[in-house]
Design a protein around this ligand. Structure first.
Ligand code: HEM
Length: 491
């Protein structure tokens, strides 16, 4: 038997507690070290931290997305810690960032076979289950084949003429020497041009209404899918209902129209009497009209904004571009419309567009879900993991692009090796609007450089918060000054 006084008892208890606490702390440290080590070596060879179950590194990802450094900062920080290949866990899913051209090739060439776009409920609900972005392989092949023709280079001459006129008129409105936000200008111009090309919609108040709906739908695509009033999801679904009603009205009117406009929608509707595999039903047409607008507007507008910023910061490239464009303009009559043939002669402008897209990385990475265990570049990848083709890493790889932070359009004098240049993706899911986006950028740069010089009125490089497309937070305000007699001087 042991006898202790009250004080002794408390002292002894304290000692025991200290020992237990010390053991616990050492144990927890040991466990954490184990987790960290396993994270670093990755168990299967890919380093990275999967963090705590389910949540993983979700908060770090969200923090980057909500910051003005942009969500790619999350990737940059992990690359510094783990090297080029790393894995992480976001929203309960393991993600591997694939930084190599050979990895990109493996995924692109096995798209739909071994790799699929992940199913996101909110995205399918908002954009529509018959959208190219959501349908399974067989439907995708048919819908894509039928949608492709109006987006081929040859079919886009009307679009070029219309966009050329629109850009000229709208730039002229800013000749008053007042600063305006370029991103807003580009968002409006691309939206209006797409609605004109797709459905011949030109009424300003209808365009405004459509744009509001599309923005709400786009915001809902990556939101939490609960129908609670006030949430992004709720607003997006309601906006979708209203927009689909409008689309249905337009389609019904077309059925009775004896002289319908010859636009994208009409080219789809006139297949009504074709066999099933040669036409789209009304739901497919409506979901894909929406898909085209949402996939095309923000991307193209952001790319245009970056081209102006990069050219502003690189006077030599700007002067060379202007010289090329003026030499084309001088050969034309007054009040000319630019043509597809003219655009084909713009060899330097084409390189400016390419370099802009390399540096801007409008879509930072392209996500896929792995359908079966596999290896990519010798790394074991498990069924159900997400692999993100990291276009940004490839476009900034100094082994592929010398001095990658430098805006240098002439680097594209040389041919690129396969999968080193992928701003529009590759394989069966290559961007459907690739020609339209490039042509729109060329037309815009033509009118801007032959008509104006510009200053960028805010040098802040902070990025817009919560955006998955990198865009300047300022929207890149600029002021134009008209060139005197733009067709006859090189200034
Ligand atoms: C500079 C502008 C643009 C860029 C950088 C861009 C980039 C991309 C990329 C990288 C993909 C493939 C994503 C993946 O593999 O996961 C894609 C797909 C797509 N893009 Fe674009 N895009 C642009 C403009 C446009 C325009 C103007 C349109 C339509 C008019 C458009 C419509 C689409 C569609 C429908 C898809 C899905 C294709 C499919 O899944 O089969 N894009 N885009």
């Amino acid at each position: 038997m042991f006898h202790f006084s009250g004080g002794e008892l408390i002292d002894r208890l304290n000692n025991h507690l200290n020992i237990i606490l010390s053991v616990l702390i050492v144990g927890v440290c040991y466990l954490l070290l184990g987790v960290f080590r396993r994270g670093k070596s990755g168990g299967n060879g890919i380093p990275g931290s999967l963090g705590i179950p389910f949540l993983g590194e979700t908060f770090a990802f969200l923090a980057a997305t909500y910051s003005t450094k942009g969500c790619y900062n999350f990737v940059n920080l992990r690359r510094l810690r783990y090297g080029k290949w790393f894995k992480t866990r976001i929203f309960g899913k393991v993600h591997v960032y694939v930084p190599s051209t050979s990895g990109a090739k493996t995924i692109f060439t096995n798209d739909f076979v071994l790799f699929n776009k992940g199913y996101v409920k909110s995205m399918a609900d908002a954009i529509g289950r018959k959208s190219l972005l959501c349908v399974p392989h067989e439907s995708h092949k048919r819908i894509r084949r039928l949608l492709s023709e109006p987006f081929s280079m040859n079919s886009l001459s009307n679009f070029v003429r219309m966009f050329d006129k629109m850009v000229q008129e709208r730039l002229m409105k800013h000749e008053d020497g007042k600063s305006f936000v370029l991103l807003e200008f580009n968002m409006k111009a691309t939206f209006d041009a797409m609605c004109d090309m797709l459905m011949s919609i030109r009424d300003p108040s209808l365009l405004q209404q459509f744009e509001r709906h599309c923005t709400a739908i786009s915001d809902a695509m990556l939101s939490f899918p609960v129908m609670i009033p006030g949430t992004r999801y709720y607003k997006g679904i309601k906006a979708r209902e209203m927009l689909m009603d409008k689309f249905r009205e337009i389609i019904n009117r077309r059925h009775d129209d004896e002289e319908p406009p010859q636009d994208f929608l009409q080219s789809m509707l006139q297949r009504d009497s074709y066999p099933d595999n040669e036409k789209l039903d009304d739901e497919e047409i409506m979901d894909n009209l929406l898909t085209l607008i949402i996939a095309g507007q923000t991307t193209t507008a952001a790319a245009m904004m970056w081209s102006v910023k990069f050219l502003h910061d690189n006077r030599e490239a700007q002067d060379r571009l202007r010289e090329e464009q003026l030499s084309i303009a001088r050969k034309k009559p007054n009040d000319y419309s630019i043509t597809l043939e003219d655009l084909n002669t713009m060899s330097y402008a084409v390189k400016v567009v390419k370099e802009t897209l390399r540096m801007a990385n409008v879509l930072l990475w392209f996500p896929r879900v792995v359908a079966d265990n596999c290896t990519i570049d010798g790394h074991e990848i498990k069924k159900g993991w997400h692999v993100n083709i990291d276009a940004t890493c490839i476009h900034y790889d100094p082994e592929i692009y010398n001095d990658p932070l430098q805006f240098n359009p002439s680097r594209f004098d040389d041919m690129q090796r396969p999968y080193t240049y992928i701003p529009f993706g590759s394989g069966p899911r290559t961007c459907l609007g690739i020609n339209m986006a490039k042509l729109a950028m060329l037309v815009f740069l033509h009118r801007l450089t032959i008509g104006y010089r510009w200053t960028v009125d805010d040098q802040d490089l902070s990025l817009e918060r919560k955006s998955h497309i990198p865009r300047l937070r300022s929207g890149c305000p600029i002021t134009l000054s008209a060139l005197e007699d733009s067709k006859n001087t090189s200034n």
